[in-house]
Design a protein around this ligand. Structure first.
Ligand SMILES: [Zn+2]
Length: 270
């Protein structure tokens, strides 16, 4: 499932062929993904110029000179294919640029989405309106987390997965960041000390940045029709490693929190 680093990698890959490009052809090859494509999608994109690309949480943003932004979510299985040899049955949205590049949004399970949002009002778009700060942006700071988590009895693990606290963090990266920050995932969020939160912020950033760098290294493959989009294949410290040895000599444990697995080292994370 694409997480924030994969979306960031995707956006960077798209930017190489799409930033500043004129879209000479746009085509939907079915009427919906998780929900219908906007009815005016093709009309809006055709002859539009892409003015920039970006990301918010796990959404990719393609800004256009039509004062509207195409917002995509990759769902469970979505990826963009650049210059595929031929289009497949799962390529549901196809764009062609003035320089001849073809971009196909491929989504076999169709849990993804495509929306057109007024560019000037992106922050008020309902899925974005309640989002917390970007984990790689200046809004995420220890003092912010202290205020946001004050008095919260829920575990720090679940609070970090809450998109209203921090935008775009998924299970893998929360597990890994808590390990790096040496924080017990079961601890009540409101009881995590300020020094621990000060370890948490760089821990979050470093796990994401390393994942983006790993994805970035496979951008070459990304342009291949068969290429997957740079999924983070690094060996994790704790994620998915129940029973294996931590570098401290202890064993990685797995518990279930909020219906999802948490992997952590009870020796290292207090
Ligand atoms: Zn350990």
């Amino acid at each position: 499932m694409p997480e924030l680093p994969e979306v960031e990698t995707t956006v960077r890959g798209l930017a190489r062929v799409l930033d500043g490009a004129l879209i000479v052809h746009a085509e939907t090859r079915r009427r919906d993904l998780r929900r219908p494509f906007p009815v005016d999608l093709v009309q809006t994109l055709t002859r539009a110029t892409v003015t920039g690309l970006g990301r918010r949480a796990k959404y990719g943003l393609i800004h256009t000179d039509r004062e509207r932004t195409l917002v995509f979510h990759l769902g469970m299985s979505g990826r963009w294919r650049i210059d595929p040899d031929e289009l497949g049955k799962h390529d549901h949205l196809v764009l062609e640029t003035g320089s001849g590049h073809v971009l196909a949004l491929c989504d076999p399970r169709r849990f993804g989405s495509v929306d057109l949002v007024e560019s000037a009002a992106l922050d008020q778009w309902p899925p974005f309106a309640a989002l917390g700060p970007e984990p790689l942006g200046p809004g995420l700071a220890a003092q912010y987390l202290r205020a946001a988590l004050a008095g919260r009895a829920a575990s720090i693990k679940l609070m970090l997965l809450d998109q209203r606290i921090v935008a775009g963090l998924g299970n893998i990266y929360v597990c890994e960041a808590l390990f790096r920050a040496k924080i017990d995932p079961r601890k009540a969020a409101g009881l995590v000390s300020l020094p621990a939160l000060k370890r948490m912020v760089p821990a979050i950033r470093s796990v994401l940045e390393e994942a983006i760098a790993a994805g970035g290294s496979s951008l070459r493959d990304y342009a291949q029709p068969s290429g997957e989009l740079g999924y983070f294949a690094k060996q994790f410290d704790v994620y998915g490693r129940e029973g294996e040895a931590c570098r401290c000599g202890g064993a990685v444990a797995r518990i279930v929190q909020g219906g999802r697995s948490t992997w952590f080292c009870p020796e290292c994370q207090k």
